[in-house]
Design a protein around this ligand. Structure first.
Ligand code: ZN
Length: 131
């Protein structure tokens, strides 16, 4: 039985793999082909830490149509230990519990489902740690 490609790609995405530039050491996530700092094209794969802190966030009350059933929700910028920043939704807590600087961990979750086609989209979400 053949495995759909999105399942095969999942473990890689789930492990939070990023690319570290072999010239200047900058970590790009998602991985890129050319380093944004020094234009180098050689990278090594590194695994990002799941733990980070919420730098800043915003509450979305008017959303693009596919997300209207989810408003209001919060999105924020999470800084991981390797100085990598990820923009993602903050889940599993009340909106009034969200604070800048709070520790969060990054999880790979289902984001949305495309109606009848049944296509499920996945993405990273930030989950408060002491919750
Ligand atoms: Zn570089």
């Amino acid at each position: 039985m053949s495995v759909p490609s999105y399942w095969r790609e999942m473990p890689q995405r789930y492990r939070l793999e990023a690319a570290r530039c072999l010239n200047c050491g900058k970590i790009s996530f998602p991985p890129r082909k050319i380093c944004p700092s020094c234009k180098e094209r050689s990278f090594e794969t590194v695994q990002l830490e799941r733990e980070g802190k919420l730098l800043t966030f915003t509450i979305i009350r008017v959303a693009p149509s596919v997300f209207t059933d989810q408003v209001p929700y919060a999105i924020g910028i999470v800084e991981l230990k390797q100085n990598v920043r990820i923009l993602c939704q903050i889940v599993d807590c009340r909106l009034d519990e969200i604070k800048s600087g709070m520790p969060v961990s990054i999880e790979f979750r289902r984001v949305s489902e495309d109606g009848e086609a049944g296509v499920i989209h996945y993405g990273y979400k930030a989950v408060p740690k002491d919750h």
